[in-house]
Design a protein around this ligand. Sequence first.
Ligand code: HEM
Length: 109
Amino acid sequence: MLSEKQIAIVKKSWRLLRDIDPALLGDVFYSRRFMAHPELRPLFKGPLETQYTKFIDTLSFLVSQLHRLDEFTRDVAVMGQRHVQYGVKPSHYDDVGEALLWTFGLATV
Ligand code: HEM
């Protein structure tokens, strides 16, 4: 369970990235991921530009759901099931976290 204060911090931090053009943000974020883990690149079959927007929009949606933990958990579980079919393994989520923090670092310089 997140406290109101924790939710406010996440929302405030996310707004820093949300103001950046998703095409630019996605390019930086996915480039970082694929440089660190080139083996992940072949999992992405569609155009990356579309993926940038989907990823950023989904994160925005999830951040907006943080105060509704039931819905949040359900939405993440459904998305996780789709990701199993894409060939994603639990350990791959660590690299998303690392690349996101790295992107935050750049965005807040
Ligand atoms: C915070 C975690 C993540 C979020 C919010 C996220 C978001 C998304 C979204 C919105 C899509 C579009 C299709 C759909 O909704 O099913 C997608 C597709 C995909 N994601 Fe993720 N994802 C996350 C983690 C990961 C991880 C860890 C990987 C590991 C490589 C990954 C690989 C993929 C792949 C391969 C696709 C399909 C793309 C394609 O077919 O071109 N995602 N993701």
